[in-house]
Write a protein that binds this ligand. Structure first.
Ligand code: COA
Length: 333
């Protein structure tokens, strides 16, 4: 394969899709023993979106179609599609291949990446490697999750938290060496499995009547345990990437945290000493959309004209595994 010059990878377009159906806290009050007040105080969530028909690939496709329009390119120009998701359409084939067919990206190959709530950041860094290798010029990175498909709407501990959405970014070689993905710090800790998982459907517990009766096809989360480590993990890794790059909160234009709980976001923002106006927050409208939260934030802020070329961003996530990490980048368009 002929090499092009080695370049930094930059996000050159972003778009998102959210389903129309809104599930509010007041709707949930009628479904489980909860209150709007409890949910808002403990999580910051007021409503979330639900995909009534279709699968994760359909939301990804809608986001990608918008992105192609924004960048004014055709689907045939895409070379790789990486889909981050914990709710693939099926266990196989890869959702990326379903997306490839549906958008008509005839010249692309692709694969899925499963790193739970850190899926988008892991996929973004992976995509960046292909650009930086010099061998690829257009890589699509998508975060899409239909969390409603694995949520038990009789379990008040979990059903209040999650929603459905997709977000997509295009990675291309940066025109300017100073813009694009600058640095990352990633971690994982497999002891987290115990506290956040879905027991059935994989090779450990293939689905049976028994696994369904036991509701093992739904998210299991020990919220309190996850909360404690998420607060520390996301704050630590965000602070670490600033220190590593001799930056302070004042040098950052936007902090873009995974949206799992407003209290986790608040703790991380406080630790960075960053002004609250510079923290991207939309958890109130969408809840936790797993792999989609970060591109969904980026896309909404870009659409609102608040993201500017040259802005310095810290993206941060924490999720099942445990997996967590941060990416430092300079916005390139
Ligand atoms: N409505 C009303 N009460 C509820 C409730 C609901 N929807 N869900 C739980 N409760 C109750 C609990 O049963 C508990 O009652 P008890 O003390 O009588 O047992 C009480 O509220 C407090 O529960 P607790 O678990 O201490 O609440 P919390 O403040 O920890 O908040 C979460 C719960 C799930 C919102 C929070 O723990 C969380 O966000 N966890 C991490 C999520 C996350 O980051 N995931 C990782 C990435 S995806």
């Amino acid at each position: 394969m002929e090499k092009i010059n080695k370049k930094r990878a930059a996000i050159t377009a972003v778009a998102h899709y959210v389903p129309d159906k809104v599930l509010t806290n007041f709707d949930l009050e009628k479904m489980v023993d909860t209150t709007d007040e409890w949910i808002v105080t403990r999580t910051g969530i007021r409503e979330r979106r639900i995909l009534e028909k279709g699968a994760s690939s359909d939301m990804a496709v809608e986001a990608i179609k918008k992105l192609l329009k924004i960048r004014n390119i055709s689907a045939e120009e895409i070379e790789i599609i990486i889909v981050a998701t914990v709710t693939p359409d099926m266990l196989f084939p890869p959702t990326a291949t379903i997306v490839q067919r549906k958008v008509g990206a005839k010249n692309a190959w692709g694969f899925d990446m499963e790193a739970a709530c850190s899926g988008f950041l892991y996929a973004l860094l992976t995509g960046a490697q292909f650009i930086e290798s010099g061998n690829y010029k257009k890589v699509l990175v998508v975060g899409t999750d239909k969390m409603s498909s694995i949520t038990d709407y009789t379990d008040r501990n979990n059903c209040i938290l999650f929603g459905d959405a997709a977000g997509a970014v295009l990675l291309e070689p940066s025109e300017d060496e100073n813009l694009g993905i600058l640095d990352h710090i990633f971690y994982c800790d497999g002891t987290g499995e115990e506290f956040l998982h879905m027991k059935a459907g994989g090779s450990l517990n293939p689905p049976t009547h028994e696994t369904v009766d036991k509701k093992w096809h739904y998210i299991y989360q020990d919220g309190k345990s996850v909360f404690k480590v998420a607060v520390i993990g996301m704050a630590d890794v965000s602070e670490e990437i600033l220190k590593k790059n001799n930056l302070t909160g004042d040098d950052i234009d936007y902090f873009v945290p995974h949206q799992a709980n407003l209290r986790i976001i608040d703790a991380a923002a406080k630790r960075l000493g960053i002004d609250y106006s510079k923290v991207m927050i939309n958890i109130d409208k969408y809840g936790n959309t797993t792999a989609a939260t970060i591109p969904l934030c980026l896309s909404e802020w870009w659409q609102a004209g608040k993201l500017k070329k040259g802005n310095t961003l810290v993206l941060a996530s924490f999720g099942a595994g445990y997996t967590w990490g941060s990416i430092l980048l300079k916005w390139a368009y």
